[in-house]
Write a protein that binds this ligand. Structure first.
Ligand code: CA
Length: 419
């Protein structure tokens, strides 16, 4: 869960009263140690004073605010992430290749078995689909492996005072203060993504306040150290997002020849009968069950790629993280967890994406060629990307730093012929 509910932004610089700014200058001049504070830290301190006043109006007493923010310093590195969204920049087939891979299916099945009792309880209580809950867990944190390591107050405090979305992040900052004041989660445990999503299913702080529930009955809502709490809270989210128990999220479908693809689009909802009358069929040739909710047609890679007919439950998943590629990843992973075989239609590319296992293999091959890859973790970071670009250049291929099947096959066969 990351980027959504964008509200108005403000620039804190213009909201610091002149008196306060003068005061800060005087403090700086009077205190020789304060001279070591960077300009950013000075701005941050002034901003926190403003937030302190705003917090009081949101039910956070100044004493609580002071106690929780006393040692806070800004982390300017979070600002680099503000404009980067992998969901929107990565080709859909690359995005899905790493999120819906064999490992995540196998891990999901194992987790589903291990946590069967609390999962059943959550599903019963909120009337949602168990595989969709597990899939969200798998995509959000790789089943608890990747929580993010950034202290929430630091990230959200910084984003509340710098950058282009301060209004939105201030709301999350105040929510974080409330979570800490409630005692549900200890401050040192509250770490997460750069944007403040945290725990097994990466709730934003405001979502936590609204929807987190106590799944294991210990009296606390804890998405970091309690899997049952995380599963129940995610089930609760889906319920509130309008999940319709018994309905599918949708199906992969086949379009008849000459289909008018201008009818596609998640918001272009029509009764199921509309689509059936135009000759749309399920890709696995099973009959499409009657559904009460209206359906939309998605063509995430255009008319030559896989097509999907999606119902209200797809929108419920979309509510978790407002990106169609994200919702599709959850839906397709859930289908695989139910025993589905995966997509019938290939993505329209001659260079498909890599699973995480294949990404690790690519990294290993690049490291063997002398590139400084660092940890072989399947995450294509700056080092891996540079190495890929260098190899693409050497091969006189288009240089884009993208990890694809073609390069993997090339390096694999080159390594094999060396041995
Ligand atoms: Ca609990």
């Amino acid at each position: 869960m990351g980027e959504r509910d964008v509200s108005s932004d403000g620039d804190i610089c213009c909201q610091v009263p002149m008196k306060l700014r003068l005061l800060l200058v005087i403090i700086l001049l009077a205190n020789p140690f304060a001279a070591a504070a960077s300009a950013d830290e000075v701005r941050f301190g002034a901003c926190l004073s403003v937030l302190r006043g705003e917090a009081a109006g949101k039910g956070i007493p100044p004493a609580t605010f002071d106690a929780l923010t006393r040692t806070l310093t800004p982390d300017m590195s979070v600002l680099e992430f503000l404009d980067y969204q992998p969901e929107f920049r990565t080709p859909i087939w690359d995005y899905l290749a790493s999120l819906v891979d064999e490992e995540r299916v196998a891990d999901g099945l194992a987790r589903q078995q291990k946590w069967a009792a609390p999962l059943a309880q959550a599903v019963q209580r909120y009337q949602v689909d168990p595989e969709t809950v597990i899939a969200i867990w798998g995509v959000e944190s790789n089943y608890g492996h990747n929580f993010g390591k950034r202290p929430l107050l630091t990230s959200l405090g910084t984003l509340s005072c710098f950058g282009r979305r301060q209004g939105y992040f201030r709301g999350e900052f105040f929510s974080t203060l409330k979570i800490l004041a409630s005692g549900d989660i200890a401050p040192e445990r509250l770490v997460g993504s750069w944007a403040g999503a945290f725990g097994h299913t990466q709730f934003m702080p405001s979502t936590f306040l609204r929807l987190a529930v106590d799944g294991d009955g210990d009296g606390k809502r804890d998405l970091i150290d309690s899997v049952p709490d995380a599963l129940a809270s995610t089930a609760h989210f889906l319920r509130k997002a309008g999940w319709r128990q018994g309905e599918p999220w949708g199906y992969e479908v086949i379009l008849p020849a000459g289909f008018d693809s201008s009818l596609s689009g998640r918001r272009n909802k029509r009764p199921l009968s509309f689509w059936l009358s135009r000759g749309i069929q399920r890709a696995d040739r099973q009959p499409i069950a009657a559904a009460e909710s209206a359906a939309a047609l998605l063509l995430p890679a255009g008319p030559r790629g896989p097509a999907f007919l999606v119902f209200a439950n797809f929108d419920a998943i979309y509510g978790y993280n407002a990106a169609e590629s994200y919702a599709l990843a959850i839906a397709l992973l859930a289908d695989r967890l139910k025993g589905g075989k995966g997509l019938q239609t290939a993505w329209p590319t001659d260079d498909p994406g890599l699973s995480r296992q294949e990404r690790r293999e690519l990294q290993t091959l690049l490291a063997a060629r002398g590139y400084p890859i660092g940890e072989i973790d399947g995450m294509i970071g700056a080092n891996s990307r540079q190495a890929i670009e260098a190899e693409q250049k050497r091969l006189a291929w288009p240089v884009n730093g993208r990890p694809g099947q073609k390069l993997l096959l090339q390096l694999r066969s080159a390594a094999a012929s060396k041995n």
